[in-house]
Structure formats: structure tokens, C-alpha cells
Design a protein around this ligand. Structure first.
Ligand code: 9L3
Ligand code: MG
Length: 130
């Protein structure tokens, strides 16, 4: 039987002035209140980069350029993989359109943040960006 490729979730690491943008999830209940790199699922036929541009437009109201991957891919389940990319913003002001809140963290703040478990794997990689 053919084994399908896991579907991909992409997330953006936006750093400006030595601070990383984090977003507090509103759902699902087990992740609500925890902080993440904003992003979402790649749609069929969409490139990961195009999906991240779309997700950050939908979630934050910003236009970004997608750079290099950050850290390693994280398995969310047998069928879902999570990947982070560095992004740079060229238009818009980040606004919590789908999250409970946004927060810009420096290296010290980052160590004390309650991240969603999957994103915690990237802590050293994220700290290296700050
Ligand atoms: N997820 C984990 N870390 C992230 C993102 C953007 C997403 N930084 C997980 C949460 C959900 C799934 O990926 O289980 C799909 O994300 P979304 O479409 O609910 O944002
Ligand atoms: Mg999302």
C-alpha cells in the first residue's frame, strides 16, 4: 500500500529589533492559552512558502517574505508534520486576527514563555535568532 506523505503545517519566526513575535492560541482547548509561532496547514497544491504567506496574512494581517527553515521538522502525528521558517515583514502591522494575543519576546522573555509543546523543540534555534 502506498504510504501518503504527511501533510505539512508551516509556522513563521518573525524577528524585529531583537524580538520574536509569538501568538497565543485560542483553540483547541488543549492548546488554548499557549504561545506559538503563527501559521497553519498547507493546502493541497500550495507550496509551503505560499501557505505561510497566506496564513500570516489571515492570522496577523501582514505581508511577509519567507526565508530559510528554522530548526528541524517536528512530527505532530503520523500524518502531520510541522516546519518553521524565518520570515521578514514588508507590509502591515501584526494584529491578533485569529489569536487571543500577540507578544514580542526577547531572549530572556522567551525562556519563560509557555509554548505549545511542538514549538518548544525549536527553543534553541529561536534563541539563536535573538
Ligand atoms: N501547530 C503547532 N505549532 C504551530 C502551529 C502554527 C500549529 N506553531 C499545530 C496546532 C494544530 C495544527 O498544528 O494541531 C494546525 O495548526 P492551525 O491550523 O490550528 O494553526
Ligand atoms: Mg494557525
Amino acid at each position: 500500500m502506498p504510504v501518503p506523505e504527511p501533510a505539512l503545517v508551516v509556522a513563521g519566526a518573525l524577528v524585529e529589533n531583537g524580538r520574536l513575535l509569538l501568538a497565543r492560541r485560542a483553540s483547541p482547548p488543549e492548546l488554548a492559552g499557549l504561545w506559538e509561532l503563527p501559521g497553519g496547514k498547507v493546502d493541497p497544491g500550495e507550496t509551503p512558502e505560499d501557505a505561510l504567506v497566506r496564513e500570516l496574512r489571515e492570522e496577523l494581517g501582514i505581508e511577509v517574505t519567507v526565508g530559510e527553515p528554522v530548526g528541524v521538522d517536528v512530527a505532530l502525528s503520523a500524518t502531520l508534520t510541522l516546519r518553521a521558517y524565518a520570515v521578514t515583514r514588508f507590509a502591515g502591522t501584526a494584529t491578533a486576527l485569529e489569536h487571543e494575543a500577540l507578544r514580542w519576546v526577547d531572549a530572556a522573555d522567551l525562556r519563560g514563555v509557555d509554548l505549545v509543546p511542538a514549538d518548544a523543540a525549536w527553543l534553541p534555534d529561536l534563541a539563536a535568532l535573538l
